[in-house]
Design a protein around this ligand. Structure first.
Ligand SMILES: *Cc1c(COP(=O)(O)O)cnc(C)c1O
Length: 380
């Protein structure tokens, strides 16, 4: 069997191990220490726009703390992009709140501004003002930043910007991860950079960072003994993991550029195939890290469809995955209110994510090309 070509696997740059060794040599094997502070300041410098960063154990925990800080509690409603990974929505349930799912527009695959406004008006008419809007930059593609911000401001509802997939993306020259009232990042193993598992909460307000760290370290009051006036969590990033993150920051921009090259590779590979479109930017303001490169089939037959291509790639040990299945179609969220226009469902049915890692080599690309050409020969 040939080596597996993964969708997106960890890609170390080289100096990660030095930071981890340093943690061992100085015995900082704890969820605090110099790597944690350094990783936070590296992220703050990278994101700019007055960002304050709290390093956490996951992107999911960052969303959870963002909701707590914004005051989401039992019985509240929170609007959430339907076309996303379940981790965008689950923390709403952790707070005893109800997710209200809103579908996407076809250009960026993210929250549809018109439908968002319809949803907000309808929830207001039903007597409940949504407490927050969870907006996602899917696969690294920036959402419609200006339009969503205008609606959020008009109705005075804060945005939780789920930038888990979009570190290194930007809109109008400003980095994703700086557009939310609170934003979050993920450093899970499959993301653009990884700490083996980790995340961050980002805000322009230093008070948000301090509150996130307070809640993430068991909410200890300022006293010599263990005194608690609030419920705390164990959500801080460890100093060992943060060391991996410090090393990864040295190669972040290089990895973004390599992922963007993978997207160009697929654009070239499919340029003469009229039934298949590669997901890409539609104007100059938008810069995607192309965390994953995705295609959609504009026309399907019994032989030509995402599932047939996925299983064909698998016979050559090449991993491909369906797009995220919208949350309003998930059994676990079947009772949640949703505002649907069909875009998410169509993307799920016609889309496929292809190997996109920054660590793919020419031989991998040749194997992918050969396999896809073989597939198309027998199916178009
Ligand atoms: C990965 C991901 C998360 C969760 O991040 P973890 O670090 O895995 O907890 C949240 N939202 C989206 C869109 C993601 O892709």
């Amino acid at each position: 069997m040939k080596d597996k070509i993964y969708l997106s696997s960890p890609h170390m740059g080289g100096s990660e191990l030095d930071f981890v060794k340093e943690a061992f040599q100085t015995n900082w094997i704890a969820p605090l220490g110099p790597n944690v502070s350094q990783f936070e300041s590296l992220l703050e410098q990278y994101l700019q726009a007055g960002s304050h960063v709290a390093a956490l154990s996951s992107g999911t925990s960052a969303i959870h703390l963002a909701l707590i800080i914004l005051g989401v509690s039992t019985g509240d409603e929170v609007i959430c992009q339907s076309m996303t990974f379940s981790a965008s929505a689950n923390p709403i349930l952790y707070q005893g709140a109800t997710p209200v799912f809103v579908d996407s527009e076809a250009e960026t695959w993210n929250l549809c501004p018109e439908l968002l406004e319809t949803a907000i008006k309808d929830r207001l008419a039903k007597g409940k003002k949504p407490k927050a809007i969870v907006a996602v930059h899917l696969y690294g593609m920036p959402y419609k930043v200006t339009a969503l911000r205008a609606i959020a401001n008009k109705y005075d509802i804060p945005i939780v910007e789920d930038s888990a997939e979009a570190l290194g993306s930007s809109y109008n020259g400003q980095k994703c991860g700086t557009f939310g009232d609170i934003s979050i990042l993920s450093f899970n193993g499959n993301k653009i950079i990884t700490t083996s598992g980790g995340g961050a909460l980002v805000s322009k307000k230093l008070a948000h960072k301090n509150k996130a760290i307070f809640l993430a370290t068991q909410a200890r009051d300022d006293a010599p003994h263990y005194q608690h006036s609030e419920i705390g969590y164990n959500y801080r990033l460890s100093n060992v993991s943060a060391g991996i993150g410090c090393g990864q920051m040295e190669v972040l921009d290089k990895h973004v550029s390599l992922r963007r090259d993978m997207n160009l590779f697929y654009q070239d590979l499919f340029k003469d195939v009229k039934e298949i479109e590669v997901f890409k930017e539609t104007n100059e303001k938008v810069y995607s890290n192309h965390w994953l490169s995705c295609i959609t089939f504009t026309h399907t037959t019994a032989k030509l469809n995402p599932e047939a291509l996925r299983t064909f790639l698998l016979t050559e040990n090449i991993e491909a995955r369906p797009l995220w299945k919208p949350m309003h179609l998930q059994p676990v969220f079947k009772d949640a209110p949703s505002y649907v226009n069909g875009v998410g469902e169509r993307l799920f049915e016609t889309g496929l994510c292809l190997p996109s890692g920054s660590n793919l080599i020419d031989a991998d690309r040749s194997r992918i090309t050969e396999t896809i050409i073989n597939y198309l020969k027998n199916s178009v």
